[in-house]
Design a protein around this ligand. Structure first.
Ligand SMILES: [Zn+2]
Length: 285
């Protein structure tokens, strides 16, 4: 995380250079303390994640050693290979035993889980024949099924067909912090980066991610995480030019910031805004 903080501070823009030199000269200043606190909070998350894995076992699969971090489900090692082949915009696999997972990687697994995911994504599974692979199925059968389920969303419950209804349900899910409502919108094939209809928007033309970040607290990080990992574009700007990262700096939520940076939200676009906002009270002294 030091690298990210350093990137924010020393990135080429003129504004950043001015702020950086200011911070170096005023090490007791508010900005420096804030960054230090942020760094410490980020370091503590790994320790918390280890505890979660040790004390919680909410899964009932035979050998669930792989995690799709963006969908919040566990798979066996064979299926994880097929998920990897789909590409990271469909599924991001991490090993529960080989990778070092932080709290943020487990957010969706804790809040979605296989049962909740399948209730929506396997709702229309034909019951008469056994389409779903079992532990003895070969790789071709698994691949066909996984492609149908995750890429075509062939077995998903569909609630809304027209774009406007999909966007309304997306907006509602984010507002009410309803992860399964969000998953339903995803199953309906909503464009997660689209402007959402919102009467009382902070700025015009917000996306679901702006809304989620603007209202984030400790109980709704998983909503932000789902959008970060499944939107494909974290740098959509409002009518006033703000990205989700801008909004995040306003809410001052370190864990939300971490999710956005991990998802590779553009620091450059947010840089001027962030530095000026943080530094302006001190620069005028
Ligand atoms: Zn499997």
């Amino acid at each position: 995380m030091d690298t990210i903080l350093r990137t924010i501070l020393v990135a080429g823009a003129e504004a950043a250079r001015r702020v950086y030199s200011f911070i170096r000269k005023n090490k007791n200043g508010g900005i420096f303390r804030r960054l230090e606190r942020l760094r410490k909070e980020m370091m503590q998350t790994s320790a918390k994640a280890t505890q979660m894995l040790t004390y919680e076992d909410p899964f009932s699969l035979a050998d669930p050693t792989w995690l799709s971090t963006n969908l919040g489900i566990l798979t066996c090692i064979e299926c994880s290979g097929i998920h990897r082949e789909l590409g990271v915009h469909y599924s991001r696999m991490q090993s529960l035993t080989l990778d070092v997972l932080g709290t943020s990687e487990l957010l969706l697994a804790k809040n979605i889980g296989n049962a909740g995911f399948n209730e929506i994504m396997e709702c229309c599974l034909p019951s008469e024949d056994s389409v779903k692979p079992n532990p003895g199925s070969d790789m071709t059968a698994r691949k066909d099924y996984i492609t149908a389920k995750y890429i075509e969303r062939r077995y998903a419950r569909k609630k809304h067909a027209d774009t406007s209804a999909k966007l309304h349900s997306l907006c509602e899910a984010v507002k009410t912090r309803d992860i399964f409502g969000l998953l339903q919108a995803y199953a309906d094939g909503v464009d997660l980066t689209e402007k959402i209809p919102l009467a009382n928007g902070h700025e015009p033309d917000e996306t679901a991610l702006h809304l989620a970040v603007r209202s984030v607290d400790r109980t709704s990080l998983h909503i932000v995480d789902f959008l970060v990992q499944n939107s494909g574009n974290l740098d959509k700007q409002t009518g006033k030019g703000s990205t989700a990262l801008h909004y995040c700096c306003l809410t001052d939520n370190a864990e939300c910031l971490k999710l956005l940076l991990r998802g590779k939200a553009s620091i450059e676009i947010a840089l001027h805004f962030w530095c000026y906002k943080r530094a302006s009270p001190y620069l005028s002294e």
